[in-house]
Ligand binder design. Structure first.
Ligand code: MTE
Ligand code: MO
Length: 304
């Protein structure tokens, strides 16, 4: 068998072998998730390392792409990797609009051209209590917003995910309102850490991680990171966010990672890093203490 561990296998190694061997026999020998990766993945060129990266050891691609929350493709962690494999992300339109001087429509290829691509190795903490270290690829959301010139009235940014029952037949069984929506205060959206993400592990995003473009806000719980975004809208009112709509006492608008503010049903003081056995302490703002000044004077127990 030529195949090593899935996480050691790179797209660039797969292709020449696929050409070399009988293609059907080769494909039949691949596990489904790996096969999907082979069909979907493309290495992103000209990616620069970012000084915003943590030096912690990243989780494996296999972990980050097979343990997912993407309710439109099923509520179990293993479902998105299986059910999102055929998700069509090209063509794509991301509309950026609202209280801006210039609105914009970005097509599939434009998504990679907003700003130079950076690799940012970020901590990723789900409100459920697990965490990972993921090498994302993308650029600061501020690079896009600055092009649009938000007006004086704009105070918040609203995000909307793609939703199409035909492509997401499992979605109704999640019993959540769709499309998935999220929001940030404008100053949070403009913070350099806030990222529009188009790839991970050197390649474009797998569908289950939010292809072709998703939001990544590393000091907030993972649910703020809306996947497969089709609309970004600047507004003067605090936008609704899906988990807050579903259960306001349990999920707020801010959702900053905070070990001192427990979820009503569980503690947030510790987390389990995927691949580790012992739980580790959760850090204030997920360790990104440079954002603390955004919340000066706010009671973070009230604004959870
Ligand atoms: N559209 C959409 N975006 C979503 C979700 C979702 O169900 N639908 N789940 C959120 C949650 S709860 C988490 S923890 C992260 C998971 O991102 P990952 O699968 O890339 O780790 O995506 C977030 N973005
Ligand atoms: Mo989450």
């Amino acid at each position: 068998m030529l195949i090593r561990k899935p996480d050691d296998l790179r797209y660039s190694e797969v292709t020449p072998r696929a050409l070399f061997l009988d293609r059907r026999a080769f494909l039949a020998s691949l596990p489904a998730a790996l096969l999907a990766r082979e069909a979907f993945a493309a290495k992103l060129p000209d990616v620069h390392p970012s000084p915003l990266s943590t030096t912690e050891k990243p989780n494996t691609f296999a972990e980050a792409s097979s343990y997912n929350n993407y309710y439109e493709f099923g509520t179990r962690k293993d479902q998105p990797a299986k059910l999102a494999t055929g998700f069509k992300t090209n063509p794509w339109t991301l509309s950026v609009e609202g209280m801006v001087k210039k609105s914009l429509k970005l097509g599939h290829d434009d998504l990679l051209k907003v700003a130079p691509l950076e690799e940012r190795i970020y901590r990723h903490r789900c409100v459920e209590g697990w965490s990972m270290i993921i090498p994302w690829i993308g650029y600061s959301l501020s690079a896009l917003l600055n092009k649009l010139e938000p007006t004086e009235k704009a105070k918040f940014v609203a995000f909307e995910s793609y939703y199409d029952l035909k492509q997401m037949p499992e979605a109704p069984s999640a019993h959540i309102p769709l499309p998935y929506v999220e929001g940030l205060r404008l100053d949070e959206a403009m913070h350099p850490l806030t990222m529009l993400t188009v790839g991970m592990y050197g390649e474009n995003l797998p569908p289950q991680n939010g292809a072709p473009i998703r939001l990544t806000v590393p000091w907030k719980y993972g649910f703020k990171g809306a996947k497969s975004i089709v609309k970004i809208k600047l507004t003067d009112k605090q936008p609704p966010n899906t988990w807050n709509i579903i259960n306001p006492p349990e999920y707020g608008f801010y959702s900053n990672v905070n070990p001192n503010v427990d979820h009503p049903r569980w503690s947030q003081a510790t987390e389990r890093r995927l691949g580790e056995f012992t739980r580790r302490p959760t850090l204030m703002f997920n360790g990104y203490t440079q954002v603390a000044s955004l919340y000066n004077g706010m009671d973070l127990k009230k604004f959870y």
